[in-house]
Design a binder for this molecule. Structure first.
Ligand SMILES: Nc1ncnc2c1ncn2[C@@H]1O[C@H](COP(=O)(O)OP(=O)(O)OP(=O)(O)O)[C@@H](O)[C@H]1O
Ligand SMILES: [Mg+2]
Length: 457
């Protein structure tokens, strides 16, 4: 019933270079410095790594890490954290360069979605779905879920109201979205990007590309974000219809819901009913629970997802975040904010408060807050440092990522020139041998073994 699915998460990171000697360094310069060693190794700022992931610097200055394909939410969380470690290592190298050049500055990388100038960058989720004629219906049925899930998985944000006052909001991303469904990412920034690029056998599959999410710092928030979406998708793919939750104005609702820090103010549905984001989430969770009620082999992480989904709704119902205060980013941040402001008697718009909240997103274990908070029991973890460290070089073992990662690793070890993307593996020599891996579920492939053998030739 809950079929195996492929997922991957792309994270764009915010970058700044804080200098203390009056010199300035733009985000572009900092990003180029960050990628110096990547380019030196592979002659490109767009590389696939031996853990199967993609690391690149697109136009603009946001370094991006796209995890390899996973078929288990726990693995995905581990791979996503591995991306942070890889980028943190690059940050340390960049800082060592600066120090060697006598520049009094520090590069910071942030896992968030807004820079100080208000530019937005994303965290995209990818879900493999079977190709079917009613893809658009399914995507539309998911819109109310994506508009409302920010009350559980939003990163938390201090925004400015129209009157210029600071106020707590659920999401950094909600104000930046312009469309429910569209095939253009940059122009209209839709919730679901419907561009048809499956990175797989196009006759069988589509890749659902979700753009609306906030980047998550808490591992449990990533888990819930992807895990709940996966379960709901499974239910829709099995034929359960969700038609009665369509929103009257999704893009208006997404903003109103983000701005209502209680999660309980109603928004209007297409049928005229008025329900809150919490109501919608509770309704969807009830349907999913009903759908999986006869399921005997839910994975441990699926059970954790359902449990956290339920406790998140409970926290909103009771207006008491205690039960999720180490697991959901917005609640973790609200607690952090509360403690700090009580101690120092500061307003929400005090620059020290802004710096504190930003430090929650700083991926550095030394400069950022997350590592210490986890050590003090203020931030939940579901991975171990060992698992994450291993995932920086070892691909997921049960998907196509294994083929790619092993191929990249073998080529790196033998200093062979190759070209790789999500589907293709190619040796750049006179023969130009290429293998196409169109099945993202396949972790074993004789053709790839032959190709790896050809690396030794
Ligand atoms: N068939 C698939 N189904 C679901 N996810 C996939 C599939 N193939 C690859 N992925 C995941 O999709 C993500 C693709 O990342 P990438 O940044 O290359 O995205 P893109 O949308 O193709 O390109 P871009 O970001 O450059 O517009 C990765 O996280 C990868 O693991
Ligand atoms: Mg991308």
């Amino acid at each position: 019933m809950t079929a195996r699915r492929i997922f991957g998460v792309e994270t764009e990171y915010g970058i700044t270079c804080a200098t203390t000697d009056g010199t300035t360094m733009t985000a572009d310069d900092a990003a180029r410095l960050l990628f110096r060693s990547v380019i030196a190794r592979g002659l490109s700022s767009n590389v696939f790594l031996r853990n199967g992931a993609r690391l690149y610097l697109d136009v603009g200055s946001h370094p991006e890490y796209a995890t390899a394909e996973c078929d288990d939410v726990h693995h995905l969380v581990v791979q996503d954290r591995a991306g942070e470690r890889i980028l943190d290592e690059l940050t340390e190298q960049a800082n060592a360069h600066l120090a060697a050049d006598g520049v009094a500055g520090t590069v910071h990388l942030f896992k968030n979605n807004l820079d100080s100038a208000g530019n937005s960058f994303g965290c995209h989720e990818n879900y493999l779905v079977r190709r079917r004629r009613d893809f658009r219906d399914m995507a539309e049925a998911l819109v109310p879920f994506f508009v409302t899930r920010q009350v559980l998985t939003g990163a938390g944000h201090v925004r400015r109201t129209a009157a210029g006052r600071p106020a707590f909001a659920f999401s950094q991303r909600a104000d930046q979205m312009w469309d429910a469904l569209s095939s253009a990412t940059t122009r209209s920034r839709p919730i679901i990007n419907t561009r048809d690029e499956p990175h797989a056998d196009a006759e069988l599959y589509r890749r659902m590309h979700v753009i609306v999410g906030d980047s998550s710092v808490a591992e449990t928030t990533t888990m819930l974000k992807v895990g709940a979406t996966d379960l709901l998708l499974g239910m829709l793919e099995a034929g359960v219809k969700v038609r009665d939750l369509a929103l009257a104005e999704p893009m208006r609702a997404i903003r109103e819901i983000s701005h209502d820090a209680t999660g309980t103010e109603p928004v209007e549905l297409a049928d005229g009913r008025r329900v809150s984001a919490t109501d919608v989430q509770e309704d969807l969770l009830t349907r999913v629970l009903d759908f999986v009620s006869t399921e005997t082999d839910l994975t441990p992480v699926q059970r954790q997802v359902l449990d956290l989904w339920e406790r998140g709704i409970q926290a909103l119902r009771t207006q008491d975040p205690t039960g999720v205060s180490t697991e959901l980013d917005w609640a973790v941040k609200a607690g952090l904010l509360e403690r700090y402001r009580a101690k120092h008697n500061l307003g929400l718009d005090d620059p020290r408060v802004s710096r504190l909240l930003l430090a929650y997103h700083d991926i550095s274990p030394t400069r950022g807050l997350a590592t210490t908070m986890a050590e003090r029991g203020l931030l939940a973890r579901i991975t171990t440092d060992e698992e994450v460290a291993e995932a920086t070089t070892v691909p997921p073992q049960t998907t196509r990522a294994k083929l790619r990662g092993d191929f990249v690793g073998a080529a790196q070890d033998r200093r062979r020139d190759i070209t790789v993307d999500w589907v293709h593996l190619k040796i750049n020599d006179a023969n130009q041998r290429t293998v196409m891996c169109k099945d993202p579920f396949a972790a074993v492939d004789q053709r790839v073994e032959d190709l790896m053998a050809a690396l030794d030739a």
